[in-house]
Design a protein around this ligand. Sequence first.
Ligand SMILES: *[C@@H]1O[C@H](CO)[C@@H](O)[C@H](O)[C@H]1NC(C)=O
Ligand SMILES: *[C@@H]1O[C@H](CO)[C@@H](O)[C@H](O)[C@H]1NC(C)=O
Ligand SMILES: *[C@@H]1O[C@H](CO)[C@@H](O)[C@H](O)[C@H]1NC(C)=O
Ligand SMILES: *[C@@H]1O[C@H](CO)[C@@H](O)[C@H](O)[C@H]1NC(C)=O
Ligand SMILES: *[C@@H]1O[C@H](CO)[C@@H](O)[C@H](O)[C@H]1NC(C)=O
Ligand SMILES: *[C@@H]1O[C@H](CO)[C@@H](O)[C@H](O)[C@H]1NC(C)=O
Length: 474
Amino acid sequence: MTEILLALVIVAGLISSTQPLGLNNTPDSLIQSEKFELFHVSQIEHTYNKSLHARLVRDKRRVDSLTQILTNGQNMTSLNINVELDLMLNTLEYAVRLGVGSPPIDQYMLIDTGSNVPWIQCQPCAKCYHQVSPIYDPKYSNTYREVPCESTKCLLLDDHTCIEHQCRYTLSYGDKSLVKGVFALETFTLGNTKIPNIVFGCGHENRGTFINFTGILGLGRGDMSFIGQLVEKTTGIFSFCLADPGAATRGWLQIGGEAILSGAAWAPMIHNPEANPSVFYYIGFSGISVGHNKVPIPEQVFQLNRKGEGGVIVDTGTVVTTFPRVAYNAFRDAFLAQMEHFPRTHGVAQLDTCFKLTSIEGLSLPNVSFHFTGGVTLALTIRNILVQLDRSTVFCLAFAPAPGDLSIIGNIALQRIQVTIDSRSGRIGFGPKTCASPQPSWNRIRNESGRSKNNINVSLLGAVLISLYYLLFV
Ligand SMILES: *[C@@H]1O[C@H](CO)[C@@H](O)[C@H](O)[C@H]1NC(C)=O
Ligand SMILES: *[C@@H]1O[C@H](CO)[C@@H](O)[C@H](O)[C@H]1NC(C)=O
Ligand SMILES: *[C@@H]1O[C@H](CO)[C@@H](O)[C@H](O)[C@H]1NC(C)=O
Ligand SMILES: *[C@@H]1O[C@H](CO)[C@@H](O)[C@H](O)[C@H]1NC(C)=O
Ligand SMILES: *[C@@H]1O[C@H](CO)[C@@H](O)[C@H](O)[C@H]1NC(C)=O
Ligand SMILES: *[C@@H]1O[C@H](CO)[C@@H](O)[C@H](O)[C@H]1NC(C)=O
């Protein structure tokens, strides 16, 4: 009898420490790779102002600050853990749901190909902004550990300072605001996959609003980004499909997996030796065509110079694609030349080329393609080219002149096509798939109500058995 109960207690203890039930515990299953839903922020945060004008205003700020950072001295330390960049980051438009801690608490995190170390808001909060999900509290997680100051992991984090043996980050800004947190390790649960020991910034003082999301899942190129930390398990490959903001369907994010490599058209990823730490995904870009003709733009316009300036980055956090003024003007003029039959109307924010159209379906509009070095061509769909102004009859060319020499391929141009980032082989792939929602198979397990039910019940069972054991035998 004693043995049976003891065994039960042990079993119950084991179950309650590996919840929620049925989760696959081997990180290697990332190789088989699930697809996780990738939301547009407006699909989760209903107070998000999705008017095109508001998005464009935010977007311009991001483009300006990226240009400044990537042009002036490449000082990207603050980008590593960019909690402060309210300016830049309230433009992020895509988010994933993942579980943080053990037991996992669901959190919505903004994804950003322009950030490295992931961070979230953490209790106790000296200052936290309002977020959709409950703020993560390390006290209730049995897998939370601080990154020791002496560890190599702490040393890899550019912004760290060692205070009382904690590997901390403290950022102060021009306006005297401060952002504080500690670097820690935690288990993140994506879909059915538990990923232990992810280094993240546990932020106890966070300024900004971040559209009421928990934090940022940095998918940048650096070693300490969420992707970089998984290199050994996933070879650093990930793939995503961005949905339309207005659409009911969602996009997806897939991390790891050889399967996603087949069938894509590959363009070279360019390394910017001046960017340290490297965050952004530069791509070899050679030009644009409109209709059957390549727009006459010298290729150097798109190249990185020796100082690491210029070049073309792929950035999910930027909305509108920007090219240096000379390239933009040539492209716009070529496009306009083929749009003579359509009525023009005045521009909106940085979009200067707009038309009055009842719909864009079925119209014979000029085809636009991007050309990448190495010969690959990406044909854009009309929805990658023209953006509708808030259900009106105004459609604008979703491109704008850049404030400098840096070009950015933004998320309108990337929507509805699979994009694969393969840092290992230094290439970025397009296609073969267009977006289709993944099977949200894990909602069953990780539904808000369902999740807590499982946890509480299993924990309760354990507690009851343990008490019983003590009552009877101790
Ligand atoms: C959204 O932004 C637009 C443009 O900036 C503004 O006119 C509108 O009032 C905003 N809507 C809300 C609900 O804040
Ligand atoms: C980069 O930032 C660091 C830390 O803030 C600073 O010490 C350094 O002078 C900066 N370098 C440049 C080129 O601005
Ligand atoms: C976030 O939450 C606050 C409430 O604290 C709300 O006023 C705001 O509109 C929300 N939405 C966004 C997009 O920030
Ligand atoms: C655009 O490309 C498609 C497919 O290649 C073709 O069917 C269509 O005629 C092209 N449109 C124009 C205006 O050239
Ligand atoms: C979560 O569960 C509730 C009730 O069981 C259900 O109504 C809801 O649709 C579920 N949500 C998701 C995202 O599956
Ligand atoms: C435990 O699970 C049962 C059925 O599975 C459910 O009715 C009950 O509400 C759960 N208890 C708690 C505390 O969630």
